[in-house]
Design a binder for this molecule. Structure first.
Ligand SMILES: Nc1ncnc2c1ncn2[C@@H]1O[C@H](COP(=O)(O)OP(=O)(O)OP(=O)(O)O)[C@@H](O)[C@H]1O
Length: 328
């Protein structure tokens, strides 16, 4: 398999505001073309980390290497060059309301003194990609939230960046519009290979979009890894974030959670189990989560103590991932 090219390497990053350390020894690597999710509670440090990546914030120690360049070595002009390679979109869109769609997208091109004919070519292409050709002369203030975010995406893409940072980009949108914006971002990632970092509170955004993820907690990076593996392992930081299982566990018997990543195995699980063991059990909870690639089935079962050994032997023989869960 071809070795992935590393787009961003963050090592031992510490960031303080006055006496408060808000990023504590962050180590994260992001490959070219990844869609990387950063999730965590409010105040965990996600936005600060994004601002460190695009050079808007300095930090006290550690390093951030982007596309082979250590950004701490950069001065004014080269820092501006770095930012040219990093587009950013926000929850609040940050458009200029009195300007038209076309004029908003043109802002970075104007700043970089790109000749008008080239500006036109780039903007026309992006208007088509984001589906706003018919709105080109409309003022930004007259657009819907979803249309505003499309303009912001086009503006972020207009300098052909290698990286797109999305800070809660869909938090202000309704579910259908969120879906359309996420689809657009997936399309940009697929067609242009752009590396995307998504800061979000919404676990569904991580499921749908991301290949890898980190969980930030109070300035620490608690967990990093493949999205599906993180959900399979259910580390404490993830449980803290999603809350403990919201189902009433019976007071007798043993409660076991099974996680299955193969969709077909998940669908067959109960019938296979019943046919093989012919032992009773209660199904307490079941859920199906769709990921970017694949599906994760989770079942909580209540099993009597006498039958436990047999069930566990079956799960082991089937190489199923399971764990005992205790009543809260
Ligand atoms: N300019 C600043 N000056 C002082 N403290 C700041 C500044 N910006 C952020 N902080 C503090 O840094 C911590 C991390 O903030 P940050 O905005 O990065 O968190 P977050 O995880 O993005 O939160 P949210 O999800 O609410 O946006 C918070 O305690 C915040 O109060």
């Amino acid at each position: 398999m071809e070795k992935a090219f590393r787009m961003i390497t963050i090592e031992n990053l510490h960031k303080r505001y006055h006496d408060t350390e808000v990023l504590k020894n962050i180590n994260i690597t992001i490959d070219d073309g990844d869609i990387y999710g950063l999730i965590g509670r409010s105040g965990a440090g996600k936005s600060t980390l994004l601002r460190c990546i695009n050079g808007l914030e300095t930090f006290q120690s550690g390093s951030i290497v982007i596309d082979g360049v250590d950004i701490t070595t950069l001065q004014d002009k080269s820092l501006r060059e770095l930012r040219k390679n990093i587009g950013m979109i926000f929850q609040g869109f940050s458009l200029i309301d009195r300007k038209t769609v076309y004029e908003n997208i043109a802002i970075p091109l104007e700043c970089w003194h790109i000749p008008k004919p080239e500006q036109k070519e780039r903007i026309e292409k992006l208007l088509k990609i984001v589906g706003l050709e018919s709105k080109r002369d409309q003022k930004a203030r007259d657009l819907s939230g979803g249309q505003k975010q499309r303009v912001a995406i086009a503006r972020a893409m207009v300098m052909n960046p290698k990286i797109l940072l999305c800070d809660e980009a869909t938090s202000a949108l309704d579910p259908k519009t969120t879906d359309e914006i996420l689809e657009l971002l997936l399309q940009l990632n697929k067609e242009y290979g752009i590396t995307i970092i998504m800061v979000t509170h919404q676990m569904s955004v991580i499921h749908r979009m991301c290949t890898k993820m980190s969980i930030l907690e109070n300035g620490h990076c608690m967990v990093s890894g493949d999205v599906k593996e993180v959900f399979l392992e259910q580390p404490e930081a993830l449980q803290n974030l999603v809350g403990i299982l919201e189902c009433n566990l019976p007071e007798t018997g043993i409660n076991i959670e099974i996680l299955i990543t193969d969709e077909a195995v998940g669908q067959q699980f109960h019938s296979d189990l019943s046919l093989s063991l012919k032992k009773p059990y209660k199904l307490i909870n079941s859920s199906l989560t769709h990921y970017r690639e694949g599906v994760l089935s989770a079942f909580v079962m209540n099993i009597s103590e006498e039958c436990l050994e047999e069930f566990l032997a079956y799960f082991d023989a089937q190489h199923l991932s399971y764990k005992r869960i205790e009543r809260g």
